[in-house]
Design a protein around this ligand. Structure first.
Ligand SMILES: Cc1ncc(COP(=O)(O)O)c(C=O)c1O
Length: 394
């Protein structure tokens, strides 16, 4: 049968992620991978899972296995209110929507807001998974320029002045792929610009709990609540396999997200949500988060230290205070895809940065390196290998 001719037009717009292909190679035996974006398996609270499960089944019994409300499991929505307030996001339990990972919110937002040809503004570079989620809805992307401090507000102003933009998508804290964080001053400018142009922002914030130094910066949501859909996740602080995404949206948007998801998954896995509620209310997260930070902070330092010692001249890199990634930029004309091909032969993998741009002509000399999946000694070795190959290429 000719399956190809069965595909809907939009399906042809769903490209398999290049990164998935790289990750396949990166996960082959013996390979050292700085390519992934995975939490370390050691960060999962494996030892408490039986206790959590016992507590959930004891408290809720068969309810934890039943269909449930599309908005989310009540006790989890309630437990998230103080958790979000500690980050500066004020909401009630009714204002919390639980999604099946924050990735499913990206699709949900695309589905309810983007018609073919609508303008969507994204950072250059941006999170590839967001582009993958939006692509089938056929937006026209506009790039917002960035520098070492993240998005440049004047560039956002220019973009929004040029045409009616449906949606701005940003990862303002420890961005994937750059690790950069937008300062409070810039956040205030962004909030002001959004309000003046009456434009909606999707603020994707999976990483702000993974802070290893410095002070927390308030989310843009706290500065322009009516103009921001705020998204976060328990993937980095509990377990990504449980697929718990959290969304705080203006009520009108929340209602449409709920209607749209009823035709997709009805609701997020009830048992996973109940476990997450217990993880929060039982104080497990408060005990686990410092352990995760203790695991990642030395890995991040090891990467920054190795870059300092090994990188050839003319290479610069981000100095994130948290998250999972460091972004390296080489001199003009440097080819990071060729670098990747060559370092793979030495058993090391990373992701060339060009894949995170809407326009793949950009970012040819950039690299994204993950520092959470490997231990400090392995990171040191891998950065050394990459730097040696860079020097050869120069
Ligand atoms: C910026 C960003 N948004 C969303 C996601 C998806 O996370 P989740 O596991 O909550 O679907 C990721 C995952 O790495 C991410 O980096």
């Amino acid at each position: 049968m000719d399956y190809q001719q069965l595909l809907a037009d939009r399906t042809r717009l769903m490209e398999a992620s290049v990164i998935r292909e790289i990750l396949k190679v990166a996960s082959s035996p013996g390979m050292i991978s700085l390519a992934g974006g995975l939490p370390a398996a050691e960060s999962f609270p494996l030892e408490i899972m039986e206790e959590l499960m016992g507590a959930v089944l004891g408290k809720y019994g068969s309810k934890a296995l039943q269909y449930d409300a599309s908005e989310g499991w009540g006790p989890l929505r309630e437990a998230l209110v103080p958790h979000l307030a500690a980050r500066g996001v004020t909401t009630t339990a009714d204002g919390v929507l639980i999604m099946s990972g924050s990735q499913s919110l990206l699709d949900g937002i695309g589905k309810i807001l983007i018609s073919p040809g609508d303008y969507v503004a994204v950072e250059a570079p941006t999170y590839l998974g967001a582009l993958q989620a939006f692509n089938p809805y056929e937006p026209h992307y506009l790039e917002i320029e960035t520098d070492d401090g993240g998005l440049i507000p004047e560039s956002l102003e220019r973009v929004l002045s040029g045409q009616r933009v449906k949606l701005v998508y940003l990862v303002p804290t420890f961005q994937n792929p750059t690790g950069r964080t937008l300062s409070l001053a810039r956040r205030k400018q962004v909030a002001d610009i959004l309000k003046r142009h009456d434009t909606l922002l999707l603020e994707d914030d999976p990483y702000s709990d993974l802070r290893y130094s410095g002070e927390r910066v308030p989310p843009i949501k706290s500065l322009a609540p009516e103009h921001v859909v705020y998204s976060t996740t328990l993937s980095k602080t509990f377990a990504p396999g449980l697929r718990i995404g959290v969304c705080i949206a203006p009520e009108f948007i929340q209602r449409w997200l709920v209607t749209a998801r009823q035709g997709v998954d009805l609701h997020t896995n009830t048992l996973a949500q109940a476990l997450a509620a217990e993880y929060l209310t039982g104080g497990y997260l408060d005990r686990q988060l410092p352990r995760i930070i203790e695991l990642y902070a030395p890995r991040q330092l090891a990467m920054l230290d190795a870059l300092e010692r090994h990188m050839p001249e003319d290479f610069t890199w981000s100095h994130p205070e948290g998250g999972m990634f460091v972004w390296v930029e080489g001199p003009k004309g440097f080819d990071a895809v060729e670098l990747q091909r060559r370092v793979l032969e030495h058993g090391v993998a990373f992701v060339p940065g060009r894949y995170f741009y809407v326009n793949e002509e950009e970012g040819a000399a950039t690299l994204r390196m993950n520092f959470t999946a490997a231990d400090a000694a392995t990171i040191e070795h891998a950065v050394g290998v990459i730097a040696d190959v860079m020097a050869e290429m120069l």
